[in-house]
Design a protein around this ligand. Structure first.
Ligand SMILES: Nc1ncnc2c1ncn2[C@@H]1O[C@H](COP(=O)(O)OP(=O)(O)OP(=O)(O)O)[C@@H](O)[C@H]1O
Ligand SMILES: CC(C)(CO)[C@@H](O)C(=O)NCCC(=O)O
Length: 400
């Protein structure tokens, strides 16, 4: 994909018509459904010259998400914007299966029949780990200022040397966590995982604090103080550091450890403090397991993705501190601006395979242009705000 200039914008303009949208891809996970689709700019003509290798269509990649439990709202959204027509056409298929849309994640299996029934299109399933890796590689190579470090409240963009990107560890924190050693395009191995992930934070957090949404839980954690519930080294050592083994008095010795020693019940704790301790416990644990896996394979760079992160300062800070602490500064935690959309982007990129398939009619090649990453073009982002919800990425796609 030739990403000429990029910025995050709102959703589609109200007057964008069906003909301007193509390539819908879905990632249907245990907690969230992620959508990526391309919308052509109104003034960008579709180039019908099928012999041309260089016809460029300018437009935007749009990103949306829905809770998986509200899949019907998601399907309504797709219908209302006619996104389901942005698949590819398989002329050899029986009538009802002629349009296929790309989907990945467990829900591509679980909801295939529902999608067929509600949208009248079939799902072409793409393998989840393939898509995560393809999405991460695409973002790291094609999007300027995609990766950044976050420590002590400071965000620093990381220059990615395309000739020195591999190997790296990709840690995708969704409902559960997958850890993937990436060695190249399509070259990877899922080396580990843990069931203590984003679903654990949201699930336990909801039960313990009674909050009604994930955002409310994050907001609570922002206001809380984990020292009220966590047992610190100083609580055990009378306010002293345990310097002989490198632990300061403020290090958490036992997450939620103070809850055992007090004669206090759940309602005696502030939801803010519970949320804070929980977020810290889970982020710290993921940071530590990630580091140990990086150590197993001698990997210095760890990229974190998945919707759990939500560009949340405290989450990123905790993960970074854990990686930094355990690696004694050797390994680096890095985050991705499109953190939650790796799988959906990977499924989106897989439309390229359709364009290369000789059995596909020319018409589909013309109607559904294929994205080719082209590395090195500069993009300028506004560096502020909540960039990942319903933001879009301006780009050009090459029609082949
Ligand atoms: N609005 C939200 N509603 C629910 N969870 C959210 C929300 N925003 C962020 N999250 C967090 O993101 C996690 C889901 O992340 P993600 O979408 O990457 O995974 P998934 O694809 O649903 O899960 P998996 O890959 O394990 O099937 C949730 O478990 C929760 O921690
Ligand atoms: C099962 C998946 C891959 C589904 O996305 C994810 O939730 C996950 O990686 N869970 C962790 C499973 C484990 O390795 O323990």
């Amino acid at each position: 994909m030739d990403v000429r200039d990029a910025g995050f914008q709102g959703n589609l303009d109200a007057d964008q018509s069906e003909s301007q949208i193509s390539h819908l891809a879905l990632d249907i996970g245990g907690s969230l459904i992620k959508l990526v689709y391309f919308s052509r700019n109104k003034d960008s003509p579709i180039d019908n010259n099928k012999d041309s290798k260089d016809s460029v269509i300018e437009g935007r990649l749009n990103f949306s998400n829905f809770e998986t439990s509200k899949i019907n709202d998601c399907l309504e959204f797709i219908l209302s914007k006619k996104l389901h027509l942005g698949g590819f056409r398989c002329h050899e298929a029986p009538d009802g299966d002629k349009i296929l849309i790309k989907a990945t994640g467990g829900g591509a299996y679980k909801f295939a029949d529902l999608i067929k029934e509600k949208l009248g299109v079939s799902i072409e399933k793409e393998e989840e780990m393939d898509c995560l890796v393809a999405g991460a590689n695409f973002l790291l190579k094609a999007v300027h200022q995609e990766a950044f470090t976050y420590m002590d409240g400071r965000k620093e963009f990381v220059h990615i040397d395309h000739n020195d990107l591999y190997p790296y560890l990709l840690v995708n924190i969704g409902s559960g966590v997958s850890m993937i050693k990436v060695d190249g395009d399509g070259k990877f191995e899922r080396i580990s995982g843990t069931s203590v992930g984003g679903g654990t934070f949201w699930g336990l957090g909801r039960l313990l604090t009674n909050c009604k949404s994930f955002d409310e839980l994050l907001e609570l954690s922002h206001q809380g103080n984990n020292r009220v519930i966590d047992m610190l080294v100083g609580d055990i050592y009378g306010g002293l550091d345990y310097s002989k083994i490198g632990l300061s008095s403020t290090t958490i010795a036992s997450s939620f450890g103070k809850a055992i020693s007090d004669n206090r019940e759940l309602e005696d704790y502030k939801p803010e403090d519970i949320a804070r301790s929980l977020l810290r416990m889970i982020s710290n644990n993921i940071g530590q397991i990630s580091y140990l896996n990086a150590l197993r394979f001698g990997l210095k760079r760890i990229f974190f993705g998945g919707f759990f992160i939500r560009s949340h300062a405290f989450t990123m800070d905790t993960i970074s501190v854990a990686v930094n602490f355990w690696s004694k500064g050797e390994a680096k935690a890095m985050f991705l601006r499109h953190e939650g959309f790796l799988g959906a982007l990977g499924a989106f990129m897989s439309y390229e395979k359709c364009g290369r398939d000789d059995s596909m009619a020319h018409q589909s090649v013309q109607r559904y242009p294929v994205c080719k990453p082209i590395v090195g073009d500069k993009i300028c982002y506004p560096l502020n705000g909540d960039l990942n919800d319903n933001g879009s990425l301006e780009c050009s796609v090459y029609a082949v």
